[in-house]
Design a protein around this ligand. Sequence first.
Ligand SMILES: *Cc1c(COP(=O)(O)O)cnc(C)c1O
Length: 387
Amino acid sequence: MFSTKQLDSFKKRTTPFYFYDLNLFRKTLEQIKEHGVSKGYHIHYALKANSHPQILAEIVKAGLSADCVSGGEVERATECGFSPNKIAFAGVGKRDIEIEIGLKNNILCFNVESVQELQVIDQLASQNNQTARVALRINPNVDANTHKYITTGLKENKFGINEKDLPDIFKLLPTLNNIELVGIHFHIGSQIEKLEPFKKLCLRANELNDIFENKGYTLTIINVGGGFGINYSNPDENGIPDFKKFFGTFEKHINLKPHQQLHFELGRSVVGQSGSLITRVLFTKTGIEKNFAIIDAGMTELIRPALYQAKHEIQIISDHANRPEKQYEIVGPICESSDVFRTGYEIAELKRGDILAIRSCGAYGEVMKSQYNLRHEIGTAFSDETE
Ligand SMILES: *Cc1c(COP(=O)(O)O)cnc(C)c1O
């Protein structure tokens, strides 16, 4: 929760703004080190979850690697201090200019998602007299049991190479002189709350690992991607995801060969619980059947509810003693009917000027903001206060 000092500082600020609890963030990174890095695992932070330079500085300090999905992210990662030999570059549609950025920086590897992309990287690497290190992103057809917009590892999804294309790949690879195959890569989706899909992924990864080994390839990188979920409904009690269980699942089920390294790409679970969107109630109004609370943050600041029907906890953090509970439609100011944060939400009676915290916004929050409706640029606040 928030301290009196933090609340006092919020009262002086223009809302809405993003707030990051660096103390919680550092503790989360400690858990990742304790349960993942200590086992020799390589943890790439997925920049797309939150690429704020101050967030990245903490991650660099913790010694993690980077997972990028655009040339811009590769540039941001290097600018913020990630060593290029710790950068993996994924993405189903890399432009030539973005591939060039990866080559120029001599990154750890490209996670390649199609046969054609493999050919293009070979060609561009050849023009630069370079050898590109490549991991093949294979679509394992494992159901992540998450929202359909964040499921990525089913055969109907656009991501990765299908197993049916492997014979072509095995024929093609020996002809590509500027490609070095260093690994295989998977990423089955995001906000995965159960461990079962990760177990299934391990079993598929083991099969594929054997297929490549039998073909005579020595893969050093087995990259199982990210997707570990966070608890959106109870952020105060579950501020840090259970990384012991998460990494333990892989430790138990993945079969690495002696020369192989296990790589992960985690975004949401690293930074999700450390961010909140702080907003004020602008107006309340009673509709025909519903009470509306119109707040000064909208889908332009946090699009997850509109895009994925995500439900974030909303807490009233300014003084609200002795107010009865009421049910609200908590909505933003944007001219779209999907600009709704919660419907039928039970919270203390709201009044104009109340300060609210929309919780669990550290990942896929600030990075997805837009200026739609010509909204003003919003601010960011960090606190490293310890309790
Ligand atoms: C988005 C993404 C991740 C991170 O996913 P999280 O659910 O935030 O952990 C990892 N790898 C790839 C390839 C991604 O696209």
